[in-house]
Design a binder for this molecule. Structure first.
Ligand code: EPU
Length: 419
């Protein structure tokens, strides 16, 4: 399997690029489809590795999930009561989002046995808030031998306060609550656009969810949900990655198929660096400024600056005319790109959750490795601007989340090949 991306730097990105469906909305909608009876069809689903793994996980549970010729994905769960409820370690360890089956299976089968996802490169990522939520709704939970065993014989709606607005915990509680009798209320809920997409999707299937996109979500449980056809929102992080690509490479890119409001936190920071960003009828156009200005960034839950864009901005700021401070507030270990960018000549110092990026005149091509998906994206951006050739190893991390990235970059004028 190809696992290296080789990029010759110095070729600006120019032209148009079409953004794919959002990975993180696609994954949760795929899981949520199992809450309904009948065949759900999802349009705009990105054909990326994480989605392929989720399809395999669902197939293993007895769900018929398959791609159609028109690019949509059909999901047809088995008759009620006959879906398997235990996810395997082998597949779950490849995909943390497999933990979203907790809420969906509890909503549907009243039972779930979920392989604990374990630590990952960007942090320890505990599940305490997910568990607190499902327990409040009446689930009994045991953790044994690396699995979460959850059962909810007589679930009922309840109030849940999340100590942190966790995206995954909010999604799991919404899915379970949508088929739990009574009213559930999630306080300090996550407000990400992917949460709103999940609520819209569940409501299209007959759920009764209000308040998604605010920190108070109310769910009236319904006895059944019906399959529907639904198009996933565009990927704001993929869009942001190409936007930074235009700025770092000295290019001019029209990023199409976007929801501009989802991009506001990214646009605001990109403009502060001196890039010229305008909303057009087709999407967002980004032109590089004459120079990159230093800016300070704090990652925060939406509508704050997304942690999933932190590595890409770090690559850009490593070429700024001055020093920038980046504070990572969401994941404890998301600075792994730093040592790789340093191999390319960047000057970055990390102290706890804070990175000080001193801009340098030039980055140089080097052999580097993608430690996680977004670090990989940041390295691609650094490589586009670097002098000489960069080889990015472990590119499999990048293919997990970016659809047709090699083709899209080539179409924009980059010199990229895989090996
Ligand atoms: N957290 C807890 N306890 C919990 C749950 C979360 O302490 O029970 C902590 C986490 O350890 C972390 C913080 O809360 O420090 C945020 O985690 P959250 O639950 O919000 O993240 P997630 O649901 O695991 C999703 C995305 C991530 C994205 C984050 C934040 C999916 C499949 N993944 O993860 O996407 O970074 O929200 O926006 O939706 C990516 O696409 O590269 C990616 C990592």
């Amino acid at each position: 399997m190809k696992d290296c991306l080789i990029i010759e730097g110095g070729h600006p990105l120019n032209g148009r690029v079409r953004v794919s469906g959002a990975k993180n909305a696609g994954l949760v909608l795929l899981v949520a489809s199992t809450l309904a009876d009948g065949e759900t069809i999802l349009d705009n689903m990105p054909r990326i590795r994480d989605v392929e793994v989720m399809v395999q996980i669902l197939n293993e549970l007895g769900v018929n999930a398959r791609w159609n010729e028109d690019g949509s994905l059909s999901i047809c769960p088995p008759p009620a009561g006959s879906m398997k409820v235990k996810t395997s370690y082998e597949l779950s360890k490849k995909l943390r989002a497999s933990n979203l089956l907790l809420g969906a299976l509890l909503g549907r089968e009243r039972e779930a046995v979920i392989s604990l996802p374990g630590g990952c490169d960007i942090g320890s990522r505990p599940m305490d808030l997910h568990i607190k939520g499902i327990q409040a709704l009446g689930a009994e939970v045991d953790i044994e031998h690396g699995f979460i065993y959850a059962r909810s014989k007589t679930p009922s709606g309840a109030r849940v306060y999340l100590d942190f607005p966790s995206v995954g915990a909010t999604e799991n509680i919404m899915m379970m609550a949508s088929r739990t009798p009574g009213q559930s209320v999630i306080e300090n809920a996550a407000k990400e656009p992917e949460i709103v997409d999940l609520a819209n999707f569940l409501n299209s299937m007959g759920a009764r969810i209000r308040g998604a996109g605010t920190d108070l979500i109310k769910v009236e449980g319904v006895p059944e949900l019906k399959a529907c056809r639904y198009a996933i929102i565009p990927d704001r992080i993929e869009a942001g990655t190409y936007m930074v690509g235009a700025a770092i490479s000295g290019g001019d890119v029209q990023v199409e198929n976007v929801i501009p409001t989802h991009l506001h936190p990214i646009v605001a920071k990109l403009q502060e660096t001196g890039a010229i960003v305008e909303e057009t009828d087709q999407g967002v156009r980004v032109r590089a400024g004459r120079q990159v200005l230093p800016v300070d960034i704090k990652t925060l839950p939406y509508p704050g600056f997304p942690t999933d864009m932190q590595s890409q901005m770090m690559a850009l700021l490593s070429l700024a005319e001055g020093s920038s401070v980046i504070v990572e507030n969401v994941f404890e270990n998301r600075f792994q790109i730093v040592d790789e960018l340093k191999r390319m000549g960047a000057s970055i110092q990390v102290e706890g959750h804070t990175a000080v990026v001193r801009g340098v005149k030039t980055l140089f091509g080097a052999r580097v490795k993608a430690t996680d998906l977004r670090a990989g994206a940041g390295l691609i951006l650094g490589a586009l601007a670097a002098r000489g050739e960069t080889t990015i190893e472990n590119a499999i991390h990048i293919f997990r989340g970016y659809e047709n990235i090699e083709e899209k970059l080539i179409q924009l004028g980059a010199r990229v090949k895989t090996k």
